[in-house]
Design a protein around this ligand. Sequence first.
Ligand SMILES: *[C@@H]1O[C@H](CO)[C@@H](O)[C@H](O)[C@H]1NC(C)=O
Ligand SMILES: *[C@@H]1O[C@H](CO)[C@@H](O)[C@H](O)[C@H]1NC(C)=O
Ligand SMILES: *[C@@H]1O[C@H](CO)[C@@H](O)[C@H](O)[C@H]1NC(C)=O
Ligand SMILES: *[C@@H]1O[C@H](CO)[C@@H](O)[C@H](O)[C@H]1NC(C)=O
Ligand SMILES: *[C@@H]1O[C@H](CO)[C@@H](O)[C@H](O)[C@H]1NC(C)=O
Length: 285
Amino acid sequence: MLKKFIFSLLVAFLFLVPGASDGTDEVSVKEGDSVTLYTNIIINQGVRIKWYYDGIFIARISGDQSNICTDVQCNEDTERFRDRLKLDHQTGSLTIMNITTEHKGDYHLKFSSSSSGKRFIVSVHGVSAAERDEVKRKIVKGGEAVTLETPVEKKTNNSLTWYFNDTLIVSGDQSQICTDAQCKERFRDRLKLDSFGSLTITNTRDTDTGEYKLQINISTGSFSIRRNTSFSVTVTADPGSGRSPGARAGICVGVVLLLVFALGFTIYHMNSRSDIKRKLQNEVL
Ligand SMILES: *[C@@H]1O[C@H](CO)[C@@H](O)[C@H](O)[C@H]1NC(C)=O
Ligand SMILES: *[C@@H]1O[C@H](CO)[C@@H](O)[C@H](O)[C@H]1NC(C)=O
Ligand SMILES: *[C@@H]1O[C@H](CO)[C@@H](O)[C@H](O)[C@H]1NC(C)=O
Ligand SMILES: *[C@@H]1O[C@H](CO)[C@@H](O)[C@H](O)[C@H]1NC(C)=O
Ligand SMILES: *[C@@H]1O[C@H](CO)[C@@H](O)[C@H](O)[C@H]1NC(C)=O
């Protein structure tokens, strides 16, 4: 009994203690996202930070900024990240841009000044290239409303920023719709954000046609995830003038045929009438 208890204690000690010194965060992202893992410190003179990926040294920064490297600059044997890594020079936080399933795993931050650090277990949900670069297409009749749905729920720490043809139209919450004059003039009061962060354009007009881009920034105190989504909106003119060229050509041919027929009918009728007249005249005479 006692032996078993001591053994259990030993096992608990071996497995719990190393884990206890380094906090662990689980980060779940989608392929194509950019992820920033926070150090939660401001680096000063004495501090040196190293990042490891599955035990491989991938990034380093020192307080005096003299000793910075990422990926192959640190370690010639690894080329896994190919310009995807970025270090914040103030905090040493690590960003993995445009992440792929190849980059899932264990990111370990170590502070040189102490034996402590931080661990991030990153899982990457794979999506097809087509899905990742997908532009959602919306076609709407002028005057009607169109809603562009966000793929994430709006929570306190998620920031959603909307652009129309690369100019900012909505940032943050409802109170930050169209803060500049150009946007106000174009959209007036026609933009609405619902509680999920989806954007509705009411009373659409043809100048609303273009690309709407949504930049999502999901943030916790420990890491942040950024994701872009694009919508292509086409506003068609009001019904009638919106007919296709083919339909319009068809209508023209129809009208011409009808005119020819009507003309033919009238001439025939006039002729037969004058025939009758002539006949009557002949009989009378
Ligand atoms: C992201 O990575 C994928 C796969 O490596 C690549 O095809 C794509 O062009 C990259 N996208 C950007 C914006 O760099
Ligand atoms: C927005 O961009 C689209 C094409 O990308 C263009 O057809 C449209 O005229 C632009 N709209 C404005 C108002 O700049
Ligand atoms: C994302 O949000 C975090 C927290 O609000 C902020 O520190 C960071 O600068 C934002 N990143 C971008 C690219 O907006
Ligand atoms: C929101 O961010 C703050 C600090 O940036 C953090 O303490 C808090 O846990 C975050 N909330 C959620 C729900 O992620
Ligand atoms: C989103 O788009 C912006 C601007 O085009 C770009 O700078 C950023 O890297 C993109 N972010 C992601 C996660 O693709």
